[in-house]
Structures are given as C-alpha cells and as structure tokens.
Ligand binder design. Structure first.
Ligand code: ADP
Ligand code: ADP
Length: 224
C-alpha cells in the first residue's frame, strides 16, 4: 500500500518567505517527477517527505497516518537518496552496502543476499567487488539507489540524482527508476525536464516554494 498525501504543507527556515508554501498533493504508485529550478523548494520538500525535518505547518500522511505523529510508520518503508550522497572510495560496492545494511540492522547471510540483490537491481552485479573510488559518477549514483533499496521500500525518494551525469548515464538512470517503480512510489526531483517527461506518471512543477502544476506529462506539454 502506498498513499502519500500532503495537505497545505509549508516550511520556513526563518520568518521570511516560505521555502515550501501551502503544498497540496495526493500520490500513489508510480513516478512523480518533481520539477523546478534551483531554490524552488524541492530539497526542502524531499527532506520533509523523508522525515528528516518537519513541516512548519500542514500535514503529511502515509497510508492515512500523520508522519509528524508516527514517523516510523513511514521510515520503515522509506528509501532515500539525498542530494549530497557520498561513498567511501576505499571500499568495494559490496563492502560499502554491507556496512550500510549493518547500520540498518541487517546481518549475516540475509544481509549478504540483500546486498547482492540490490547491486544486481541497479546493474552493478559485475562491479560488486570493485573499489568505489574507481566508479563513474553514474555508477556511484546507482550505488546510492542500491542502498536506498536495502529495506525494499514502498516509497523511494531521490533528490537530483542526475546532476553531473552524462546523457547516457541519465538515460540509464531513467530506465532504472522506471523498472523500480511498479508498486512503489518513486519521487524524483530534478531541474532537467527530459529526466521526467517520458518516464513520470505525473509531474509536479514548483517555483519559489509553490506548486504551479500537477498532472501528466502530456498535460504539461499541452500547456507549454
Ligand atoms: P531546491 O532543492 O529546489 O533547489 P531548496 O529546498 O534547496 O530548493 O531551497 C528552497 C529555498 O530555501 C531557497 O530559497 C533556499 O535558499 C532556502 N534554503 C534552503 N536550505 C536552507 C537553509 N538550510 N537555511 C536557510 N534557507 C535555506
Ligand atoms: P529524531 O527523533 O529523528 O532523531 P528529533 O530529536 O528532532 O529527531 O525528534 C523529535 C521528535 O520528533 C521525535 O519524537 C521524532 O520521532 C519526531 N520527528 C522527528 N522528525 C520528524 C518528522 N520529520 N516528522 C515527524 N516527526 C518527526
């Protein structure tokens, strides 16, 4: 089950203009492309959805449960790839994910199987024992997706994952997210329209903290 609902969600870093201002959204399985220029409020919104920070006003519910009251209801089904995700260059992909699995409470054969499954899902099965320091930017981002998948999340939040990737890796990343969506809700923030116009189930456009549009890619193109 994955129903995410935002009701008048607002976030203020200080008393000046809200970074996120009165957002209403109802989301289910599929890919939401969250589109907007730098400073639009995308990361702030993503951090609230990932329960890293709480709204100043308004409500976020996950399957009907207010995540301000019960953050664990969402955290147990959450995978999050933050914008500033970093890897330990001296570790292999398998070692790094094994470490993160241990942090998440997975251990033993179960953890090893899950790590290998997640690396395969992102197309890094053959690179599992290579040093992360030798990985390309696109490969590192796929490691980021692999770690977000460790707990088989129903909600996958990825913040600007394609920054700095070349067009081929961006395309590969799009296909990966499409494969992963299925019964999950994937929320992908980006300022690059082509990251989402073909693959997103719906697109939300934000500027200066406000939601300007939410609809299908076709509806967005028809408006342009
Ligand atoms: P985006 O991810 O779309 O680039 P952000 O959520 O990072 O947007 O930023 C939205 C607004 O909030 C911007 O005006 C930004 O300057 C401001 N902002 C972001 N982080 C902070 C912070 N830690 N303290 C104060 N203002 C912030
Ligand atoms: P945490 O509990 O995440 O380490 P805090 O000390 O800020 O961080 O948490 C204070 C209380 O608020 C705790 O009960 C925590 O579960 C809850 N909480 C923390 N972040 C959120 C959030 N984004 N949404 C709702 N509740 C939260």
């Amino acid at each position: 089950h994955c129903a995410l609902s935002l009701e008048s969600v607002t976030y203020r870093y200080s008393s000046r203009q809200a970074a996120v201002n009165g957002l209403d959204l109802d989301l289910g399985p599929g890919i939401l492309g969250l589109l907007g220029p730098n400073g639009a409020g995308k990361s702030t919104l993503m951090r609230m959805l990932a329960t890293m920070t709480r709204p100043s006003a308004g409500r976020i519910t996950w399957n009907g449960i207010d995540i301000a009251r019960e953050p664990d209801a969402l955290r147990t089904s959450l995978g999050y790839l933050p914008q500033d995700f970093g890897v330990y260059p001296a570790l292999s992909a398998r070692e790094f994910l094994g470490f993160l699995a241990a942090v998440k409470g997975l251990s033993g054969a179960k953890a090893r199987d899950r790590v290998d499954a997640c690396l395969s899902m992102v197309g890094l099965g053959d690179a599992a024992d290579r040093r992360l320091g030798d990985f390309s930017g696109g490969m590192r981002q796929r490691v980021g997706i692999a770690q977000a998948l460790l707990n088989d999340p129903a909600l996958l939040i990825v913040d600007e994952p394609t920054v700095g990737l070349d067009p081929e890796e961006r395309m590969r990343f799009r296909h990966l997210l499409t494969d992963l969506a299925g019964e999950r809700l994937v929320i992908l923030s980006t300022h690059i329209v082509s990251d989402v116009e073909a693959s997103a189930t719906s697109i939300a456009v934000m500027t200066t903290g406000e939601l300007r549009f939410h609809g299908t890619p076709e509806q967005l193109i028809a408006r342009a």
